[in-house]
Design a protein around this ligand. Structure first.
Ligand code: FAD
Ligand code: SIN
Length: 523
């Protein structure tokens, strides 16, 4: 039997939780479907912190300026302004709701990260900022009697009726069967797609499902070619790429090559605190020059006592791998970390499909441009999650739930015999390898064309919906990267190494249409 609610939120990271709380304030019934346990998300693992204008020597103009510079000419200024000014308001509210950011003598403390002109990053329990934010938001959401949170409810596709999103199809974790739920509005807060790559800092839930679902529903996708690679993921044989926060470099960490030489000076005068894309490419260049698979992060100038207190999670995790961060050089290399591109939205989370909204990493709001400034994404989820929730109520408060309406025929996922889980895993593994080798930190026409060829080959197989979504997303990134014949921010083409002002536009991809461009994201 089909279910009915007022609003559906997919995902329970910072964006989904914040949107749910906003929606529930109106008295509406809010159903949150989330793929794993409620806390499992990119948000949960966020380390460095959240950027916000709250310190005495900071102001909104400076934060805006830093964000625009990092975005390499592709940020929408109105979106950045919305982020920065809304950020201060919503972070204060988060503190009122019980979020415990680190303090000294009762005063908030701010750390430094790359490309920030001020120390403006709030953090919690040293390096567990995301975990603390999730804790506080879940506690706040639990106070709202009309929020119904359903963990382990994997959403597979959107239900459209006459071009409007009226519900979703998900796997009911109790019935263990596909089920439909209908609502006045649906918001995708499904996060990013770091898992598209062989090496990533992202947890396993970050497969970009929401982006693919929106694409198949006819939504416009923007700037899919811009992927951020974090420079310093721990690189140990057979271990996941655990993040070593940029805040470690902010607090004085140094990058060294296999000869123990500090090398960033050969690449950028900002040294270890140059923007992420530059540090990542410099590390790749250094690894190639010295014939190694990693470089080293050196924290040994700082005392063990300090490091243990400032980075407790990192200290313990490295200890598990027999590394003492105060004494050992830490092997690191870049890994995929964040998607700047995603579902094109306006400044209120509206996608280009009626009834469908989106917030957080799944979107492209124009805030990050070609390269996200460190610690701006938790802030984006918070600000735009709240704004989207508000807009959903204003736009749809009087709308009737279209219960039981069937999906517009051409949007219905084509179901063949369900292939085995083994096949799905093999498909994803192959896509991840191709993405890493051909659509990674350095790209060119030949590598991108070969990647697209491989993806077309993979698509010929009998794919499950999730594998089809995964390959489709990979294609969107590769196609965008092939189209953008320049280098800008997180996108670097060996064959077009310079920035080209003709490409100071956003790439727009839509099902059944050629790539087009737009000067602004906001519409
Ligand atoms: P997420 O937090 O990723 O939440 C997505 C949710 O959607 C999850 O609950 C997931 O289970 C659910 N979901 C996905 N697919 C489906 C589906 N098909 N059906 C149902 N549910 C689904 N940013 C900062 O600003 N500061 C930092 O210090 C920082 N550190 C980071 C450290 C790490 C290791 C990583 C990986 C990221 C970090 N980031 C940081 C980035 C930041 O954490 C994310 O961009 C942000 O948390 C995204 O929030 P979100 O709510 O959009 O998505
Ligand atoms: C980090 O702690 O280095 C991650 C910060 C971010 O991705 O914004």
């Amino acid at each position: 039997m089909a279910l009915e609610t007022d609003y559906i939120v997919i995902g329970s990271g910072v964006a989904g939780l914040r949107a749910s709380i906003e929606l529930a304030k109106s008295g509406a019934r809010v159903t949150v479907l989330t793929k794993d346990k409620a806390s499992e998300s990119n948000t949960e693992y966020a380390q460095g912190g959240v950027a916000v204008v709250l310190s005495d020597d900071d102001n909104a103009e400076l934060h805006e300026e830093d964000t625009l510079v990092a975005g390499a000419g592709l940020c929408d200024t109105e979106a950045v302004e919305t982020l920065v000014t809304g950020g201060t308001k919503y972070i204060k509210q988060l503190i009122e709701w019980g979020t415990e950011f680190d303090r000294e003598g009762g005063k908030l403390v701010f750390t430094q990260e790359a490309a920030h002109s001020r120390r403006r990053i709030l953090h919690a329990h040293g390096d567990s900022t995301g975990k603390e934010i999730v804790r506080a938001l879940i506690a706040r959401a639990r106070q709202e009697k009309r929020i119904f949170l359903m963990p382990f409810a994997n959403t597979e596709s959107l239900i459209l009726h006459e071009g409007r999103c009226v519900g979703v199809r998900f796997l009911d974790p109790i019935l263990r069967a596909p089920r439909e739920i209908f609502a006045k509005g649906v918001i995708l807060c499904t996060g990013g797609a770091g898992q598209l790559y062989l090496h990533t800092t992202n947890p396993s839930v970050a497969t970009g499902d929401g982006m693919a679902m929106a694409y198949f529903a006819g939504a416009e996708m923007a700037d899919m070619e811009f992927v951020q690679f974090h420079p310093t993921a721990l690189n140990l044989e057979n271990a996941p790429r655990f993040l070593l926060s940029e805040a470690m470099r902010g607090e004085g960490g140094i990058l060294r090559n296999k000869f123990g030489e500090r090398f960033m000076g050969n690449y950028d005068e900002r040294l270890e605190l140059a923007p992420r894309d530059i540090v990542s490419r410099s590390i790749v260049a250094e690894m190639r020059k010295t014939g190694t698979r990693h470089v080293f992060l050196d924290m040994t100038a700082l005392s063990e006592e300090y490091l243990k207190e400032r980075f407790p999670k990192i200290y313990e995790t490295c200890k598990f791998y027999d590394l003492n961060i105060a004494k050992d050089l830490l092997p690191v290399s870049p890994a995929s970390h964040y998607c700047m591109g995603g579902i094109r939205t306006d400044l209120h989370g509206r996608s280009t499909v009626a009834g469908l909204y989106a917030a957080g990493e799944v979107t492209c709001t124009g805030v990050h441009g070609a390269n996200r400034l460190a610690s701006n994404s938790l802030l984006e989820g918070l600000v735009f999650g709240a704004r989207a929730g508000e807009a959903m109520i204003t736009d749809n408060g009087k709308w009737k739930v279209e219960s039981g309406k069937s999906t517009d025929e051409d949007q219905k996922p084509k179901t063949k015999d369900q292939p085995s889980e083994g096949i799905a895993t093999a498909v994803k593994k192959r896509v991840k390898r191709v993405m890493w080798e051909r659509v990674g930190i350095l790209r060119d026409k030949d590598s991108l064309n070969r990647a697209l060829q491989e993806f077309r080959q993979i698509e010929k197989a009998n794919l499950s919906i999730s594998s089809r979504n995964f390959v489709t997303l990979a294609k969107l990134v590769a196609k965008g990267a092939l189209w953008r014949e320049e280098s800008r921010g997180g996108h670097f083409r060996n064959d077009f190494p310079e920035r080209d002002e003709r490409f100071r536009v956003h790439s727009i991809q839509k099902l059944g249409a050629e790539i087009s461009s737009s000067e602004k994201i906001n519409f």
